[in-house]
Structure formats: structure tokens, C-alpha cells
Design a protein around this ligand. Structure first.
Ligand code: NAD
Length: 377
């Protein structure tokens, strides 16, 4: 068939139209220094995924796979770019020899999952030859991790029965607790949490273990969740915990607010209502807008413990799986969060900069010192 000039003209207009609607991917990668993006499509299994490798200066990029019903590809791309960058900073600050990466699968975790889909995804991970190591994240469970493992060894967070590190939540909660104590030491001169009033948003895996640690130390805990069964389970173990409604938690008169449910709960609407002097929780990306809200907290005299600094217990736990899992060693390394957090708070106060910025700068310094040695993975 001969392509006429008119056909060709029509085809080019179509390409231009589509190009105008598509996100400029390499430009977005350049903005924050992402190294590589792998777009994965498999018609037979319905797999549509994006793997982002942000920075491998310190080692292979480790970060979980999230399954989420994104409205479109652009939304999925933005999420994976943001999350993978966060992993670089988290590992760098935790002193791990790992870079930052993340993967997203576009789909509904309640109905779209099949063994074939996750095995196909495992092959895509394998094709990166270890530049990216995956783990569990929102929408994923051990079943999917086991199916991914059938196709690639570049996966961590497997069940203990398979030689893996199992549930990371207790270790994450311990890191948050250490970060909270460091914040208390900085704000009150003592890291004793006895009788301190702590509000926790989210009675999930991390929230539950955090309540255990705080009650053991004699803190007064105010807990909320949108699911009553989660609250009831904790209340049965800790009758002294005060249960509050989800809409009450932000304005409570407490010493410490601990977001352990969702991101972006610290924003224009909530900051004026906060009465706490410390924010220290496990949720990722707590600040709606890192720069603006980080500065607003500093102006209001609230000490913010950056989420990726104090919730690194989970990634530390996963990192130990690669060396031969040892929970005591993982907990001990997680305990270092206390010292790192004290240093970050000190630098923030000495330089008059928000804590998120002091943490970012510390992570960037470590990456630069290794990059200078030309050791990129
Ligand atoms: P989870 O799903 O077990 O618990 C989250 C809880 O928050 C659930 O019980 C849910 O009902 C509740 N929730 C949701 N929306 C809420 C709302 N508006 N108000 C009150 N409660 C609400 O998750 P998790 O493993 O405990 O993780 C908690 C947070 O910490 C997440 O943001 C997660 O990304 C982050 N995180 C977890 C780990 C880990 O090791 N599990 C590691 C790093 C970061």
C-alpha cells in the first residue's frame, strides 16, 4: 500500500497530538536526577507497571512495589518518581549501602491480581540485573512477593518461612520510637516519654507496635483509626489507651503527634490546629508540601522528625535479609536512628533551617562523598 502525502500528514498530526498530551518523561527525570525508568506492559496478564531507579551511587536501588488504581499513567509516573527519590534519601540517611528505587503497578489490588501478572512483573525486575531490588508496599502481600520470587532473586521482604525477614512493622515502629525519643530529648531536654501525651493516627501494623513501646514507657496514648476492629484489638491489650475520633486527632492538646496512617496530613488546614510540640510518625510524605509546610512548622515552634529519617526501620530490616537475616542486628542498626536524629535536629537549630532540609542535606552529603569516589553501581 502506498502511503500518500495526506496519510503521512495525518499520521504526523496524530503523533504530535499524542506527544502534546504525554508527559515529557526525560525532562521529569532530569528534574530530580532519576537514572532510569522501565515501563512494563504485558497484554496477556494485564500488567502495566513502571519501575523507577532514582540513584544507585550507594548501591542497588531498593524500594517496594505499590499496586494502586491510578487514574492514568501520568499519575502513576509522578508517584513512582517521587517515591523512588524518597528511597534514595531514606537509605542514605540510614547509612545503608543502597540506592533508591520504587515500582508501581496500575491496577486494583482487590480484583486484578493473578499469579501470572506478578511472575511477569518478576521477569521485568530480573531484566534490570540487580539495579533494582523490589519489596512489599501498599496493595501488595506476601503472596505476590512469593510469585515475584519465582522469576527473580532481586526481591526482599519474603516470609520468614522462606528465609526472609518477615513483617518489617515491629522494626519500623522501633525506629519511630527512637526518633520520637530523640525529638523529646531535643525539645524537652530529656528523652523520657513517661507521662508524655502522644496521639497516634492509624492503629495498623506500625501503630500497634508503637502503642506497645509507648505504653511500656508510661506514655499516655490517644489513638484513632477509621476501622473500629483495629482500635478494639489494641484496646483489649492496652485498656488505658484513649480512643478518639479520626476528626479529633489533629486538634488534640498533646505533646507529640504521630501520623501512622496516611501521607500529607500536615498541611495548610491542619498546621494551624496542631497543639503538639513534636511530630514523629511512620507515614511516608507527611508534609503536604515539603518546603512550605516544613518551614511553617519551624515558625510555629513544632519540631518535625522527618518521616524518611525515622521510619527507616523497615528498609533496614530488608537490607539485613540480603546479608543473612538477623533481627537483633536489624533492631540494633535501627536504634542508630536516635543518634542520627539528634544530629539532624542539632544542625537544624544551629543553622536555623527546617529539619527536613537538614536531613536532605545530610543524605546529599553522603551520596556526594561516594559519587566523588566514582563507585556508582
Ligand atoms: P497499615 O495499613 O497496617 O495501617 C494503617 C492504618 O491507618 C489502618 O489501620 C487504617 O485503617 C488507618 N487509617 C487509614 N486512613 C485513616 C484515617 N484517615 N484516619 C485514621 N486512621 C486511618 O499500615 P502500616 O504498615 O501500619 O503503615 C503505616 C504507615 O507507615 C503507612 O503510611 C506506611 O506507608 C508507613 N510505613 C510503614 C512501614 C512498615 O514497615 N509497615 C515502613 C515505612 C513506612
Amino acid at each position: 500500500m502506498t502511503i500518500t502525502e495526506q496519510d503521512q500528514h495525518q499520521q504526523m498530526s496524530l503523533v504530535k497530538e499524542k506527544a502534546a498530551a504525554a508527559p515529557a518523561v526525560i525532562d521529569r527525570m532530569k528534574e530530580h536526577g532519576h537514572e532510569q525508568i522501565l515501563f512494563c506492559n504485558d497484554a496477556e496478564t494485564g500488567l502495566r507497571a513502571i519501575i523507577a531507579v532514582h540513584d544507585t551511587t550507594l548501591g542497588p536501588a531498593l524500594g517496594g512495589t505499590r499496586m494502586w488504581p491510578y487514574h492514568n499513567e501520568a499519575e502513576a509516573l509522578e508517584d513512582v518518581l517521587r517515591l523512588s527519590r524518597g528511597m534514595t534519601y531514606k537509605s542514605a540517611l540510614a547509612g545503608l549501602d543502597l540506592g533508591g528505587g520504587k515500582a508501581v503497578i496500575i491496577g486494583d489490588a482487590r480484583k486484578d491480581k493473578t499469579e501470572a501478572m506478578f511472575r511477569r512483573f518478576g521477569r521485568f525486575v530480573e531484566s534490570l540485573n540487580g539495579r533494582y531490588i523490589t519489596a512489599e508496599d501498599v496493595g501488595m502481600s506476601t503472596t505476590e512477593m512469593v510469585n515475584i520470587r519465582k522469576e527473580t532473586g532481586y526481591v526482599v521482604g519474603l516470609p520468614e518461612s522462606m528465609g526472609g525477614s518477615g513483617d518489617p512493622s515491629p522494626v519500623t515502629a522501633y525506629g519511630v520510637y527512637c526518633g520520637m525519643k530523640a525529638a523529646a530529648k531535643t525539645a524537652y531536654g530529656s528523652d523520657d516519654l513517661n507521662k508524655k501525651k502522644v496521639s497516634i493516627q492509624g492503629a495498623g501494623n506500625v501503630g500497634h507496635h508503637l502503642v506497645d513501646l509507648l505504653r511500656k514507657e508510661g506514655a499516655s496514648v490517644f489513638l484513632t483509626d477509621i476501622h473500629d476492629d483495629k482500635l478494639a484489638a489494641i484496646k483489649a491489650e492496652h485498656p488505658d489507651v484513649n480512643i478518639v475520633r479520626p476528626d479529633e486527632v489533629i486538634g488534640l492538646d498533646v505533646d507529640i503527634y504521630s501520623p501512622c496512617a496516611l501521607g500529607a496530613t500536615v498541611n495548610d488546614e491542619t498546621i494551624p490546629k496542631l497543639k503538639c510540640s513534636i511530630i514523629a510518625g511512620s507515614a511516608n510524605n507527611q508534609l503536604g508540601d515539603e518546603d512550605r509546610h516544613g518551614r511553617m512548622l519551624m515558625e510555629k515552634g513544632i519540631l518535625y522528625a522527618p518521616d524518611y529519617l525515622i521510619n527507616a526501620g523497615g528498609i533496614i530490616n530488608c537490607a539485613w535479609e540480603r546479608r543473612g537475616y538477623n533481627r537483633q542486628a536489624a533492631l540494633s542498626q535501627t536504634g542508630d536512628i536516635y543518634r542520627t536524629a539528634l544530629e539532624i535536629f542539632k544542625r537544624s537549630s544551629e543553622e536555623g533551617i527546617p529539619t527536613f532540609l537538614a536531613a536532605n542535606q545530610a543524605a546529599e552529603r553522603r551520596i556526594r562523598s561516594i559519587r566523588g569516589a566514582g563507585l556508582s553501581f
